[in-house]
Design a protein around this ligand. Structure first.
Ligand SMILES: NC(=O)c1ccc[n+]([C@@H]2O[C@H](COP(=O)([O-])OP(=O)(O)OC[C@H]3O[C@@H](n4cnc5c(N)ncnc54)[C@H](OP(=O)(O)O)[C@@H]3O)[C@@H](O)[C@H]2O)c1
Length: 295
């Protein structure tokens, strides 16, 4: 049976480390990491994400400003807030919770965030920095997966990593991180998507398989080879009459059939999910100490 990569425990370690470093930073340099969070509308999932982020900031002793605006908030009002945070020295990270309401041009808002405070790593400048191997902010979910691999002692050098999914927030940055020429990466990477006729042909060749698809249980035992390391990014709600609310969360990987073949695997929930907020906190800390754009 596979080693279960416990993202909850690893994320808790990172949060503990950050809490210690934050206390020291306040004492030695008088700096409190600050995060500005803007939520527009009443999407229940977004509300829950923002609550978790707010709570995590409080736990670590960060300064956080959380704005919850109604669905009909205007694009100009949002842009003005972003610009105000860009100029605010107490705010080191800016996060506009996505998705934004339809009448708002999401790209325009993301472009307005200063790349130096773009702790989500979605600004094209940070995307360019990632691709070219320059220091910058890396999107939180793939950054969290790199931490999971490192802290679980999964070597990547020369390993064949197959990433299923090519979204801008997970698949693409994940692939870009993994093929970089440095000691924590240096993998050979294949990216699969709906353009592939038979994704199983590729996934069966993976030493490390990263599924970021959004299709419940897409990856079955027959899609992986023995000894594979599996990172399941998917978070999918499925009906389950036996679950308390009649539904439960499952990943993109059929855990029960794949785990016996894998050497290590992340569960859903409790795998990749907790790492995302931990890396948001880490990015905000790195911004506060001015580490990111030194080079
Ligand atoms: N745990 C976390 O913190 C976290 C964070 C972010 C996302 N997620 C979860 O991760 C999953 C993916 O998220 P996302 O934002 O990357 O999703 P997304 O933007 O919908 O992208 C999904 C990707 O999967 C590909 N795909 C879909 N069906 C496929 C199939 N049958 N075969 C091969 N490729 C297929 C799509 O290909 P095309 O490009 O060809 O359409 C696309 O590139 C979702 O379940 C999401 O909830 C979790």
């Amino acid at each position: 049976m596979a080693h279960i990569i416990d993202g909850k425990a690893i994320a808790a370690d990172i949060r503990r480390e950050l809490a210690e470093k934050t206390a020291e930073l306040k004492q030695t340099r008088g700096i409190t990491p600050g995060l500005g969070l803007l939520l527009v509308g009443d999407n229940p999932a977004s509300q829950s994400y923002v609550r978790s982020k707010e709570k995590a900031c409080a736990e670590l002793g960060y300064h956080s400003v959380v704005l919850r605006w109604p669905e009909d908030a205007g694009e100009e009002q949002i842009l003005e807030q972003v610009r105000a945070w860009n100029e605010d020295d107490s705010i080191h990270g800016i996060l506009v919770q996505l998705p934004l309401p339809r009448h708002v041009d999401e790209q325009r808002v993301l472009l307005a965030i200063s790349p130096r405070k773009d702790v989500d790593g979605f600004h094209p400048e940070n995307v360019g920095r990632l691709v070219t191997g320059l220091p910058g902010f890396v999107p939180c979910t793939p950054a969290g997966i790199m931490e999971l691999l490192t802290r679980s002692n999964v070597p990547t050098k020369g390993r064949h990593v197959v990433v299923v999914g090519r979204s801008n927030i997970v698949g693409k940055p994940m692939a870009n991180l993994l093929y970089q020429k440095h000691s924590r990466a240096n993998a050979v990477v294949t990216i699969c998507h709906t353009g592939a006729d038979d994704i199983s042909y590729y996934t069966r060749q993976a030493d490390i398989l990263i599924a970021a698809v959004g299709v419940p249980h897409l990856i079955k035992a027959s899609d992986v080879k023995d000894g594979v390391v599996v990172i399941d990014v998917g978070v999918n709600q499925v009906q389950d009459a036996t679950a308390p609310k009649g539904r439960r969360l499952v990943g993109d990987v059929d855990f029960d059939s794949v785990a016996p073949k894998a050497s290590a695997i992340t569960p859903v929930p409790g795998g990749v999910g907790p790492m995302t907020i931990a890396m948001l906190l880490s990015n905000t800390f790195r911004s506060a100490i001015g580490e990111v754009f030194r080079a």
